[in-house]
Design a binder for this molecule. Sequence first.
Ligand SMILES: NC(=O)c1ccc[n+]([C@@H]2O[C@H](COP(=O)([O-])OP(=O)(O)OC[C@H]3O[C@@H](n4cnc5c(N)ncnc54)[C@H](O)[C@@H]3O)[C@@H](O)[C@H]2O)c1
Length: 389
Amino acid sequence: MFSTGRGGKPLEEPRRISVGMVGAGIMAKAHSIAMAAMPMLFWPPPALLERKLLADVGLKSAEEASLRYGYSAFTDRWQDIIEDEAIEAVHIVTPPDSHAEISIAAAKAGKHILCEKPLARNPEEALSMLKAAEEAGVVHQVAFNYRKLPAVELAKRYIADGAIGRVLRFKGSFLCGGYDPNMPFRWEYRKAVAGGGTLTNLGSHVIDLARYLAGEITEVNGALRTYVHERPVFADNVEYFREKVDVDDETSFAMRFDTGATGLIEATNSAWGRSTFITFEVYGTEGSLAFNYNNREQLQVCFAKDPAERRGFQTIDLGPQHPYGHGLWQSPQIGVGFSELKSIEAYDFYRAIRDNSAAIPSFFDGYRTACVCAAVMRSAKTMSWESTT
Ligand SMILES: NC(=O)c1ccc[n+]([C@@H]2O[C@H](COP(=O)([O-])OP(=O)(O)OC[C@H]3O[C@@H](n4cnc5c(N)ncnc54)[C@H](O)[C@@H]3O)[C@@H](O)[C@H]2O)c1
């Protein structure tokens, strides 16, 4: 029990959960901020989190990250997290080539798993992760964080309530910029590590939004383009050599949904002037919805039932009355940034653990997205429609 001072009712102490983090890079920062901020935003929280152990193959990175992000200890062996019986939940924020091995070991050890996207390099790996998590009965969530935007959840409610009728069409994009042959080589440019390029890295987020809002994607027909085939590898600011790029810089593809709806997605890292330019439009028999991440606290809605002279897109400003609004800021437009988004993601993950319920998006969603990406890759070769099953 927490003491509340004179006359106060004692507060029920939230459950405490010890957490391990695998990876010390950019997403370790995002997940650690999210864990620290979760009870500050969402009170009472589903759990109070103890950031216990951080692992990275680079011991120096692990040490620095553990200090910076507030972990009690660090290691260069992710297995130390798996072997620590006090750790109940693991965040996997390494590149995709290690997601399956770490995740399956974590599931077998009975630990709940929040794994970064893309869930795996291909559908086979993703399916093995899903099976391991289901067999172990642990909570599993994949970090398609844009699903957690209040505007996306509001769009989902409009669609579920029938406010825009039957969905006819989904159109989405994730554009970043731009074309730069001197951008240094990173693991994202190697298929053996990443599983794909902009398709799996950026496009997977939009595929997840499409599946969430418009239904299961059954067929795709698309293209992949690589603009820069070699990228520089630097050491001490000197370019040593150029490494081969074997993934796409850009993709665009058409989709058919199991609902009969159709759609289009595009993703690129070669769009000057665009930065995290995530958009979607959903057109239904009774209305339309439109969203742009650059104005992420707004959702545009249009209803066919409005009188013709007043029909058009209206702007809904997201605020405390909207999904997750009770934990966010009290006025619209103060800001739902990436840290808030990751806090909502953590909030949902730890709520599922507390309630012994399923988390979404789950490893099933990660698996289905991997199936869609694999079908786009096949379609780019066959230049025809490919099934996602
Ligand atoms: N959800 C999002 O919006 C979002 C944004 C960026 C990246 N990501 C995803 O997050 C994951 C990590 O990306 P990042 O940008 O943080 O990468 P990063 O390169 O910044 O960091 C990855 C870290 O993992 C470590 N690592 C690699 N293999 C390891 C292993 N086997 N065991 C322990 N540590 C290991 C590396 O040493 C590195 O420190 C990727 O899957 C990426 O696609 C998601």
